[in-house]
Write a protein that binds this ligand. Sequence first.
Ligand code: SF4
Length: 540
Amino acid sequence: MTGPLNGTFAPNTGRWVICAKSPYTSHWGESNCGSWFGAEVKKAGYDGIIITGASEKPVYIEINDDEIQIKSAEFLWRRGTYFTTRKLKEIFENDKAKVICIGVAGENLVKYANIISEQRAAGRIGMGAIFGSKNLKAIIAKGSDLNLDVANKEKLSIAIKKARDYVKSSLASHILGKFGTAATLDMYNVTSELPIKYHTQPKWNLATKLSGITMAETILVKQAFCHSCVIGCGRVIKINEGKYQTEEIKGPEYETICGYGSLILNDDLESITHLNMECNDYGIDTISSSGVIGSLFYHFDLGNIKAVDIDGLKPEWGQIDVVQHLLKKIVHKEGIGKILAEGSNFFAKTFKISEDEIASINNLEITYHDMRSNFGMAIAYGIGPRGPSHNACDAYYTLLGIPLDEIGIKQIDTHSDGKEMAEFCSLLMDYRALYSSMIMCSFCNPLPSQNAAILEATTGIKFGLKEIKSFGERITNIKRLFNVKMGLTPSDDYIPKLLLRPFKEGGSKGRTPDFLKLKELFYNYRNWDPVTGRPRTKLP
Ligand code: SF4
C-alpha cells in the first residue's frame, strides 16, 4: 500500500507498506519499506495493490500505468533478488521502473523471508513467505502521472517547504546523513544499549570497529536516499580488495551490523557487509536470521546443544564461515536449517531449551536496542502491535531529544518504569502508527503541527493536533483488536528472563525495567482490559 503522502514530496514519504496476517507470528503483519517503489505505484495511478489467491506456477506482475499483466516468472525462480531486479528492468527496457521481489528464502517459505525493493527490505514478519506461497516472484511498476490529485496544492507546497526546511536543519538529520543508522553505535556500547554476545555482555572493546564513523572513514562511498528523503541515512559502500571485495552496493544498517557483528562477537565490518548482501540476495531478514543464529551460538556455548545436533558444526563466537554455512542451510531448509528456518522459538522447543533463554517474543526475534538501557523498549518489544519492533515505538530514538511535545510526547528519563514511561510509549506508538499510514519515515520528524498541515492540504480532511493523536490511537487499537481476534492474550505480552537480567557492570549496571508494572500502567493508560487484552474505549 502507499499512503496519502506518497508522491507529494513531503519529506521522507516515499516508503510503502505491505500488510497481511504474519505467517511467522500469526498476528498483525506489517512491513514498512524504503526505496522508490511506493511513489512509482502512486504515479501509475494506484493507492495500493490487493493480492488474493495464488498462482499455480511462478509469476510476476507488471504494472505500466493502466496496463497490468501477470507474466511467467519460471525463468526467475531459484534466482536471487539482485539478478531478478536487474533482469526485470532489462525486459521492461526501462531502468527507471521499480521492482520488489523475493529471493530463494521466500520461495522456500522461510518464516522470516523478506521482500526486497532495490536493496531495501520489507522485513521482519515473513512477507516474503506470503509472496512465495502465492508463487509471486516480483512486481515491477512504472508510472508516468506526476500530477497528484491533492486538496489544496498551494497550501501543500508551503507546508511541505516548511517541514523539509525544519527536518533538514535538525542535528539528528545531519548525524544520520553523515554516519548512517550506526552513527550512535559507540554511544550504545557505553550505555549498554548495544546487544553483545547474545544479550549477555554489557560492553565490548571492539565495538568501535563497527560504528558508522568507522564505516564513513573506510568503505563508505556516498549516502543513499529513498524517494523524497531529505536525510539520506542509506549507505553505499565499496570494498576494493580482499575476501569481501565488492563493487558499489548498499551497506548494512545498524540492526544488521549488530546482528552479524556485536551479537556474535564479529568485529569485521567487511564481513558484515558481505553477509548483508547475501541476506538481501536470499531475501531473508537480517535481524531474525542473526537472532536465530546468535541463539544457536549461545546455546552451543552453554552446552545446551551439541555438534551432533547441528550437522557436526562447532560454532565459536565470531566465526563467520559457520554463520555463512548456517544461513545457506536456513534458506535451503537443509539439515539444522530446516529447524532454524522456523525461528528461535521453534529451535528452543526442538532442543528443550527454555523460551525464557531465547531473545524472541511471540515468535519474533527482538531488535537490537537493549531494554536495560532504555526501559521504553520493554513496552516496544513486549506489547508492540506486530511483536517486538524498534519502529512501532522508537523510544530509543525519540528519547535522544526528538521534539514531539506538541502532542504530549515529552523527554523523560530512559530508566523510568513509572506512569510517565507508559504514557510516553503509548503516545509514541500511536504517532508511529499514523506514520506507517501516511507514510513517513520515523527518522523524519517535522513538528506534529507541520505534519497536520501537510495531511490537511493533501487530503482535505480537517487535521489538527487532536486528529494527529486520535487517528494514531485508532490505528493502534484496531491492530490490537486484530491480534486479540487472532488469539493474542495479555499473557502473550511478556519479556523473556534473559533480557531482564541486570548487568553487573556497564552503562546499565544493576538496572532492569519492571515490565509487569509497565504493562499494567500501559494497559491502564490505554484503557485496555487486563483480562482479555482488548481496548475498552470506543474507537475515536
Ligand atoms: S532517512 Fe533513511 S530510511 Fe528514512 S527515508 Fe531517508 S534514506 Fe530512507
